[in-house]
Design a protein around this ligand. Structure first.
Ligand SMILES: Cc1ncc(COP(=O)(O)O)c(C=O)c1O
Length: 393
């Protein structure tokens, strides 16, 4: 047999689930040219935003792109433009504390390499971003989930979190605003996390990719950049500029001075090993930041409109529970009618040609009956997608 003469694959892939019914059905739609309404869309380049195309493309036409002069941290000018971005938001940081990566996923993989030995553990929020699980497994570490408490506005359930910390725990992942709950970290939670980090010697990694997409004015600002405990902030232009295809993210390193110095020396070894960020995007970045308000205002307007539509949808379906998100690009709808969430999502796609994420994909408990929808979907499609959900209900 063929497999007798070929090398085996790594055990990492044992974790990866096979294709489920929903994605098989989607595959058959694709193959037969069948159309569907995608209420899971997270790719901003596919939702009808108007980009300053010519200006963006022009920013990449730099003669210096033909030279290779790598800096493991990323070019100084690109890092300076990130410093300026934070300055506009009221945060003073240093270029010296920034490391560029090609994506936030890559940033996470660097941080796991930096902090964890194989077999050690990271803690991830639940409900939360499903990719953390894959990233952990691919880096050879274990993951465990800590709960966010729905009855408390999706704040961290500290009792649950404490019970999950073991002597193998090295990283606590946080996402604010969180995907898919739309909840944001409060200063009270942050203070408790500070104590956990200091006493248990666990580093915090905060994903703030949605931090420019807050819907309520005057939300409290927390300083994530000047801390007396190890805190890494991850962000990037896939959400800030809605340009995921340009592949640029970063890590900000924060913590006690001596620790930070040692940390940066090691992170530099990792970055220098890969040198994965392309020169053209680093050269273009300062100019691309100019378009931040133009792009973000469109996304925010879109989200506000979709939230209004969602509000009227909810008022005609009182059985649907929904906690207004504070920020981000996604939200959760819950109803006993969505039980079981995977079967409901399958029926919805099969009968009404509308795709939603089953909540269990994000760690939502199955008996809650949850679906997750994207708030950046084109408004007409969002509206008709919800109408079709009504029809099925
Ligand atoms: C919480 C969170 N972080 C990061 C990302 C993606 O970032 P990147 O494209 O830089 O890997 C996403 C994408 O949806 C996300 O939901």
């Amino acid at each position: 047999m063929d497999s007798e003469n070929t090398p085996r694959f790594s055990d990492r892939f044992e974790f990866i689930p096979g294709e489920n019914d929903l994605y098989s059905l989607l595959g058959s739609f694709r193959n037969s040219g069948q159309d569907w309404i995608d209420l899971t869309v997270s790719n901003p380049t596919k939702v009808g935003l108007v980009y300053p195309r010519e200006a963006i493309l022009h920013s990449f036409q730099k003669p210096e792109s033909m030279e290779y002069d790598p800096d493991p941290k990323g070019t100084f000018n690109a890092r300076r433009s990130i410093v300026n971005y934070y300055k506009e938001k009221g945060h003073i940081i240093s270029e010296e504390d920034l490391f560029l990566t090609s994506s936030s996923s890559e940033a996470y993989s660097y941080l796991i390499k930096l902090l964890c030995n194989p077999g050690e553990e990271v803690l991830i929020p639940s409900p939360g971003y499903p990719l953390f699980e894959f990233l952990s497994v691919l880096e050879g570490v274990e993951f465990n989930s800590y709960k966010l408490n729905q009855d408390d506005g999706w704040k961290i359930d500290f009792e649950d979190l404490d019970s999950k910390i073991t002597n193998k725990t090295r990283i606590l992942f946080l996402v604010s605003p969180n995907n898919p709950t739309g909840s944001t970290l409060t200063s009270e939670e942050f203070e408790r996390l500070r104590i956990i980090s200091k006493f248990k010697k666990i580093a915090l990694v905060l994903d703030e990719v949605f931090s420019d997409y807050l819907y309520e004015k005057n939300q409290e600002q927390i300083d994530f950049f000047h801390t007396d405990f190890p805190l890494f902030v991850v962000n990037g232009i896939s959400k800030i500029l809605a340009l995921p295809q340009m592949k640029l993210s970063w890590i900000h390193v924060g913590g006690p001075t001596n620790w930070k110095k040692e940390c940066k020396e090691r992170l530099e070894i990792i970055s220098d090993t890969y040198l994965s960020v392309g020169t053209p995007i680093q050269l273009a970045l300062p100019e691309l930041f100019q378009w931040r308000n133009m792009i973000q205002s469109q996304v925010l307007r879109r989200i506000q409109r979709n939230l209004q539509i969602l509000e009227s949808f909810r008022s005609s379906h009182p059985q649907i529970v929904y906690t207004s998100p504070k920020g981000g690009w996604y939200t959760i709808l819950q109803s006993k009618s969505f039980l079981n969430d995977e079967e409901f999502s399958f029926r919805l796609l099969q009968k009404e040609k509308v795709l939603v994420h089953p909540g269990s994909m994000f760690g939502l408990e199955e008996d809650l009956g949850s679906i997750v929808v994207s708030l950046i979907s084109e408004t007409e499609l969002f509206h008709s997608g919800l109408e079709k959900i009504s029809r099925l209900l």
